[in-house]
Write a protein that binds this ligand. Sequence first.
Ligand code: ATP
Ligand code: MG
Length: 561
Amino acid sequence: MTEPSDFIRNIIKEDMESEKNNGAVITRFPPEPNGYLHIGHAKSICLNFGIAEENRGGTCHLRFDDTNPAKEDAEYVEAIKSDIKWLGFDPKDHIYHASDYFDKLYECALKLIKEGKAYVCNLNAEQIREYRGTLTAPGKNSPYRDRSIEENLALFEIMKNGDIKEGEAVLRAKVDMNSPNLNMRDPVIYRIKHDSHYRTGKKWHIYPMYDFTHCLSDSFENITHSLCTLEFEDHRPLYDWLLDQLKSECHPKQIEFARLNLTYTVLSKRKLNMLAADNVVAGWDDPRMPTISGIRRRGYTPASIKDFCSRIGVAKRDSIVDLALLEHCIREELNRTTKRVMAVINPIKVIIDNYVEGKTEYFDSPYHPTDKSFGFRRVPFSRELYIEREDFMEDPPKKFFRLAPGKEVRLRYAYFVKCTDVVYDENGEIKEIHCVYDPTTRGGSAPDGRKVKGTIHWVSAEHAISAEVRLYNNLFTLPNPEDKKSVADFRDCINPNSLVIVKSAKLEPSLADTLPEEKCQFERLGYFCADSKDSKEGAPVFNRTVPLKDTWAKMQKNKFR
Ligand code: ATP
Ligand code: MG
């Protein structure tokens, strides 16, 4: 599959044609290990690793941007590696950590100080903000800006040794307090943190800031194209300034693209972490989470995620992608790749009065309507069945073609049955439905040529296995949970029905030995995936990946009407 082109691929193609960077393409994916990867990261992964794969001699580095000891953890490092691998990308031996460069970065900071291009500032965070000015007001020089090089070197040394409290001193680049770009108004490049770092332990008390670390790490690794999201556009002048001041041999080209936003979804590790920490969901891999591990557990595949990323493309303008498109991608794949089986989620008993008691017959039924390679299974049929509660109505409207008193329907693969009676329990609820079957309709057609409009699915009560089925819906009730105009806090629009647990759905017996992560279509209901954690052999637990109804395909159709 060749990737459709986009403005970034065009730039790289031109650079290749003009023999820039000696014809090399080196990209990088630089996650901070402070949470699990989400579908937005998948966009960046597909772009960075994809470009490396498409170009001869291309490489993509995985670099952990681990400069904040307070938030980062080895657990996240491992999760990120395994998610990238699962997506089908391989950084090979190009796995790096910004923390590998702490010594080199420190040397760079010293160099800036020695050249009078950085100074230790003792304003506190609030004062720094005040002095910075605004988009309309220029900044004010810090009273510490003109410290001597010697004094700066001495103070930076004390900071490094851990003898100053957090927040009492920072190292700032001396750029321009009057710059129209706020990022250029003497940005902080080092701060004091006394936490222990998950890789370097207690070695450091000063940690480089993102803007300082990022451009230099890119440069150390000979990155050719540094692809990042649009919010870094205003940081590019600083990226270039630092590399120019330090006369770096390698000066990568930073190119910004729009981040992925999805309807009914939040894509921020900080917010996703809150959902997991507050038990709004059952952890980072809850199937309602937009994390790679969450949607994987929900039943998404690497191919469907890549297909999605390819369809949304890469552009320079922010937009919100419809969640229905992501669902469309997995539906299309599962339509091709999964077997069809029968399961009843909301069961109601049907008794076929004229069927011999104790008899079982088997219907050889194809696992796939068109693809013979899926083979067949034997579906048992007997006098007592379960059908879906929604497939029966006592007083149906005109267009209801399923089961109703006096009406005949086809039981998928089996017989025509006609409803003769309804029995109620003491609460007035339906207890069971009585039918008669027509033995001449074996296999689902009548020799006398009579037709039925409805075909419904069923399972034999005696042979059914009971299983837990988890029906997932959007996690948020609003298309844009982060829009402050419609909701004060994104947690105020959590969908109370985002998970509906059905404890004893009735499944056809062929599903008894479903393996964790195995996927199938429950006919007429949707695509389901055996849960990777809770599903056991003989006691499957199924997650609904997506219902069958494709709102995306429908929207597309309506567009062209
Ligand atoms: P978050 O806001 O979720 O914490 P982040 O940008 O802070 O994301 P990083 O770990 O720094 O997370 O991201 C690693 C890479 O993934 C960066 O290059 C970033 O631009 C990219 N990325 C993060 N979110 C998205 C997104 N929604 N769409 C596209 N790329 C993204
Ligand atoms: Mg970040």
